[in-house]
Design a protein around this ligand. Structure first.
Ligand code: SF4
Length: 445
């Protein structure tokens, strides 16, 4: 009987992708995945410490798995950003935890599991890896059950925004060679992948410091030439490093989808400076104008933090004003939460919780209106949708995304999965669209 692993993942797409990489390594070591922790021989919690909520969830997950340990002796490991940050402290705090594996230690997972199983003991491995082995591709050995895939092109960050823990838990910025990335994407396409999403903390700085390497627009050009690949996306892009060449790529490269996630974080220059973001509100707005000039149909999404230390009503009003000016297609908004070890955690004039909550509610109400208005503008439009699978809402529906990254549910068949369908949008909702496929000029079904 193969042994079974259950992986619980918190946080961003990079963490999801890391969980997938860990699963591949464990499969090669004879494990198979289970979605049921009770059946697992090994439980992994892949953690995120970027925000407060996922960090707290890690401890409550560990609490849940304590009984498994007592009942069955299940091996329990914590990986990812909290593991990197806490290391040994996590082992001290949770006596039934077997191992802690930092963000650069993924390649060591099978050997650590084997060591703990064979010899017992507890392990904490949180060294940063100067050789960059943590960035090497771990290609799937069998077919994939999906048409979209993430590809990490770089990891780490040198920007040190004052609120952010990432440079401390993911290490310095490091890019993968473009040759390896192109090879990986070609391989994924051979397994049926139609769309790739390139991942990195700041993809705009791809290739910086690598002699003879191409830059990010150059990498996109290379990927755009891969036969069988239909769509390219990427995240995340830093406004300070958004070059004119990258902006023009949206009008030149037919596979690059018309969507950009460009976190703004705040609309007030005073707050942006305190955040060490490295750009002004004027710079951000100018980049948006250039993007829309180059690619009028581009959808733009962003992140915003409210209640940063010292944020006054006037600063918050400027953020609302920026939302009105840009009219984002969607927005991911959060209350500031101090992360231990960052500069912002030590700043005076922390904003009261009640004020943060009120500001967040106002901001989200405004964005809901804008998002719905943007979605409604698509009613009646013909959109290209990549069909991804069955819809969660109805067994007769399939689901997919427009090039602008909006979710569309439509009546359809599962053998459409992987096809690019022309779809007439019939109804807009706050978080998705409804449509009907148009086949040979006729609405199908
Ligand atoms: S750019 Fe700033 S917010 Fe983004 S990962 Fe780097 S430090 Fe964090």
């Amino acid at each position: 009987m193969p042994r079974r692993v259950y992986i619980e993942t918190y946080g961003c797409q990079m963490n999801e992708h890391d969980s997938e990489r860990m699963l591949r390594l464990l499969e090669r070591a004879g494990f198979e995945e289970t979605k049921e922790p009770n059946q697992a021989d090994l439980v992994l919690i892949n953690t995120c410490s970027v925000r407060e909520k996922p960090e707290h969830k890690v401890y409550s997950a560990l609490g849940r798995f304590k009984r498994l340990k007592e009942r069955k002796g299940t091996l329990i490991g914590v990986t990812g950003c909290v593991a990197q940050q806490e290391g040994e402290r996590l082992l001290e705090r949770v006596p039934y935890l077997d191992f802690v594996l930092g963000t650069h230690a993924i390649p060591l997972l099978p050997s650590i599991v084997q060591r703990v199983e064979a010899l017992g003991g507890r392990v904490s491995e949180t060294e940063f890896d100067a050789e960059g082995r943590y960035l090497e591709a771990l290609l799937p050995e069998k077919g994939l059950d999906r048409v979209r895939s993430y590809v990490t092109i770089m990891q780490g960050c040198d920007q040190f925004c004052s609120y952010c823990i990432v440079p401390y838990v993911r290490g310095r910025e490091r890019s993968r060679p473009s040759r390896d990335i192109v090879e990986e994407v070609r391989y994924l396409v051979s397994l049926g992948v139609k769309e790739v999403c390139l991942l990195g903390q700041n993809v705009n700085r791809y290739g910086v410091g690598m002699e003879g390497e191409t830059d990010f627009p150059g990498l996109l050009e290379e990927l755009n030439r891969i036969e069988g690949l239909e769509r390219i996306r990427f995240t995340t892009s830093h406004p300070k490093d958004l070059s004119q060449r990258l902006i023009e790529a949206f009008s030149k490269l037919e596979k690059l989808c018309e969507h950009l996630h460009l976190p703004v974080q705040a609309g007030s220059n005073r707050v942006l400076e305190a955040m060490n973001r490295g750009y002004t509100r004027e710079h951000y707005l100018e980049r948006i104008d250039r993007l829309r000039e180059a690619c009028p149909s581009i959808a733009i999404t962003a992140d915003v933090i409210v209640g940063f230390p010292g944020e006054e009503n006037g600063d918050f009003e400027e953020t609302l004003d920026l939302l009105e000016k840009v009219r984002f297609d969607d927005l991911y908004s959060f209350k500031f939460s101090p992360r231990r070890g960052t500069r912002a955690a030590q700043l005076d004039r922390q904003v009261e919780e009640e004020v943060k909550q009120r500001r967040l509610s106002i901001l989200q109400a405004l964005q809901r209106e804008i998002t719905l208005e943007k979605n409604k503008a698509l009613e009646g439009a013909l959109e290209e949708v990549l069909i991804e699978g069955a819809s969660k809402q109805s067994s007769r529906d399939v689901t997919g995304r427009t090039r602008s990254n909006k979710i569309v549910n439509l009546p359809g068949k599962l053998d459409w999965v992987g096809r690019l369908m022309p779809v007439r949008i019939t109804k807009a909702y706050p978080h998705s669209l409804r449509g009907e496929a148009v086949l040979n000029g006729e609405v199908s079904l």
